[in-house]
Design a protein around this ligand. Sequence first.
Ligand code: SAM
Length: 445
Amino acid sequence: MAKLHLITYGCQMNEYDSERVAGLLKTLHHYDLTDREDDADVILLNTCSIREKAEEKVFSKLGQLKPLKRKNPELIIGVMGCMAQLRQAAIMERAPMVDLVFGSPAMSRVGELVERVRRERRPVLETGEAPLVKITAKPQAGDRLKAFVTVMEGCDKFCTFCVVPYTRGRERSHTPESILAEIRGLAEQGYREATLLGQNVNAYGKDLDPPTDLAALIEQVNDIPGIERIRFVTSNPVNLTSRLIRAMAEVPKVCEYLHLPVQSGSDRVLARMNRGYTRNRYLELIAELKETVSGVALSADLIVGFPGESEADFEATVETVEAVRYDSLFAFRYSPRPRTPAAEFPDQVPDEIKARRLTQLLEVANRVSAETSRTLEGQTLEVLVDGVSKKNPRELSGRTRCNRVVNFDGEGRTLYGELVQVRITQAMPHSLRGELVTRRTDHVG
Ligand code: SAM
């Protein structure tokens, strides 16, 4: 049996794509997954281009793989995903031993591409556009509780810092029928939580005929027996409607958690980023969310050191973090990206200033997050048990609907995949501690 080793970089959509590629190669071409590079016939790197650091990791990995290829010239090395789409010339130049480069539009033909490399014994490049295909093949996975499901791909927003429109193309939605069929299949396999994925997931359905939206989709997912929790990520403030906010409050299985990237708290920077909203508009959306969705937890992405960001602009970002009171925050130093307008802006911010602002922002974010965590002490929350605690294998671990990790004594029971009530006793820096109150099944009968 031929063996496949898959290395995934980047976002959840890449994880989803990797699973599908492994599933296709398994079902159609009988490749088994191996976690050993030196045991593989095919090594695929599923790559990310969002920041320069992510690309450098891939180039360095390709360097490490060189001796393996020298030892075994039959080994096929492939680069797939965003970097394949954006950086094919750089890949072939810096890592000429790569046999196969293909972007996400060619993913459904991975088996045929690998066979072509084998037959023709020369590098194969496939980075053209192609219609969106729903691939549902999936290998047996370790986590059989929580699944990602891509509902749409691409981005039409053209933020001046971002490569996504160039790597993933325009916004295209899968049909509700294909998504619901996939989630029904997952529920039958025992999955209990579905996270709907899209680069701008809340723009879902606008491009379909007839058009639909994310609120309609989650209502239908809510009716699938077996699925207990629904999440969706990443939402764009521009597409956040009152209808979706209401659906978050009213559709029972939708979790009270929203990741809503803000990127900056300064109107001047937001305009130069081409984000399409002001700080006030963003804060209005946050106010509506907090008012409508009781106990909602919020997280966001932020960029520091965008070209031209002054101290006053940065202070406006810090104030926004204080005002929103995020549960968690993902902050990045601005990284100039090929083909994006901001990379050409003349007023680039020096690295030391970016580093200082990042440290400062993370300090504020950690303090705010610790304060919000403490408000949870004493509350009893629903937890989906997904394993054991990382620090103490005798304790169980799970996540609240608001996506917080909770560790607690399971009193000798496994409870894997069950929804239990846990009283929060202590907020720790990155998790909560609690005590088991009851299992949901304890109420039945
Ligand atoms: N589509 C989402 C949106 O526009 O709100 C964001 C998805 S992106 C994959 C994840 C995050 O990476 C972005 O929200 C942004 O904070 C960050 N990011 C994107 N381009 C970046 C760049 N050039 N430098 C630093 N961070 C960047």
